[in-house]
Ligand binder design. Structure first.
Ligand SMILES: [Cu+2]
Length: 137
């Protein structure tokens, strides 16, 4: 008399794998965080009537560009003429490093980065009556 055994293989339970959404897409996507900040340009324009604006306020560490749109050369230099020692740095041509150290031709410009807080007066060394102030905060 033959018998047979039924072997029940205890197969691992195959739970149906929960199908996950391949990528959960958020309805509201955030814009990229690393957007370059809008470049704020600090410009002083020099014309035959002088510097404009006469006082420019900037943040410490910012750079100011002096554009010569006059018909004469423009030599931006720290007050006080002629020692140019108002801006408290040294090592340039006369006194402070806040000094173009040469005439900037019409149509050209000269830039300086202000790392020290204060209200810094300057003038056109070639026409010392033309003055202005950079207020560094
Ligand atoms: Cu001067």
């Amino acid at each position: 008399m033959g018998g047979y055994f039924l072997f029940f293989r205890d197969a691992p339970q195959q739970t149906p794998s929960v199908s996950q959404p391949s990528s959960q897409q958020q309805p509201s996507q955030q814009p990229p965080v690393s957007q370059a900040p809008a470049v704020k340009e600090n410009v002083v324009t020099y014309t035959n009537s002088g510097y404009s604006p006469s006082t420019l306020t900037v943040i410490k560490g910012e750079t100011v560009t002096f554009k010569n749109q006059s018909s004469q050369s423009m030599w931006v230099a720290s007050a006080v003429h002629p020692s140019h020692r108002g801006y408290p740095t040294t090592g340039a041509c006369i006194g402070s490093t806040f000094d173009a150290c040469q005439g900037v031709q019409p149509g050209n410009s000269w830039s300086f980065k202000f790392d020290i807080s204060g209200a810094w007066k300057y003038h056109n060394h070639l026409n010392p009556g033309d003055t202005g102030t950079i207020d560094v905060q």
